[in-house]
Design a protein. Structure first.
Length: 183
């Protein structure tokens, strides 16, 4: 039993050592990547300075993009390096003073932000429904009224041009029908 326990402890220690090795390799790789991105940004800055518009490719914008990638890679490396510190040191810190924060406070803040977010989403949903019902639906109804009005107008024109009493009464019936749709 003691042999199995010491074997398990050894495997855990080996895994932790391997994790630290991999973390260090990832950090070094991220630092190299950051340096490569920074070099690409520098070369694009040189190209932007040596070429004048009109140029199809904006090297200044490309340089900014490369710098953003370099910054991201650098922050990633920094995060991996900081994650190697013991858990007690890497807890959440106050953004104002930098003092360690109690995890419960962080949880309460996160829950509070989540509740406010859910309430705001519900309010947006209710406002969207109200806007649809009171603003968008009437647009369709107004389109129907406009169509009926145009049909009344056409029927009135037809009455002026018609000579038969039967055709005139048919048009009058159509006009009455359209006016009912409008009202």
């Amino acid at each position: 039993m003691a042999n199995e326990t010491s074997g398990a402890v050894q495997r855990v220690q080996d895994a932790q050592a391997r994790t630290e090795e991999l973390r260090a390799q990832l950090s070094r790789l991220a630092r190299k990547l950051s340096a490569a991105y920074e070099e690409a940004a520098r070369q694009n800055d040189l190209l932007a300075d040596s070429r004048r518009p009109p140029v199809q490719f904006d090297h200044g914008v490309s340089a900014k993009s490369w710098r953003a990638l370099a910054e991201t890679a650098s922050l990633t490396a920094q995060a991996w390096e900081e994650s190697a510190t013991p858990a007690a040191e890497s807890g959440p810190r106050c953004p104002r003073c930098g003092e360690p924060m109690v995890r419960e406070v962080v949880v309460v803040l996160a829950v509070g932000i989540g509740v406010v977010g859910v309430k705001n989403i519900q309010s947006i949903q209710a406002n969207g429904r109200q806007m649809y019902e009171h603003m968008t639906v009437p647009i369709g109804q107004m389109a129907e009224v406009a169509t009926s009005f145009q049909r009344v107008r056409v029927n009135l024109r037809e009455i002026i041009l018609l000579t038969s009493a039967q055709e005139i009464s048919d048009c009058e019936a159509k006009i009455a029908e359209r006016q009912a749709e409008i009202n």
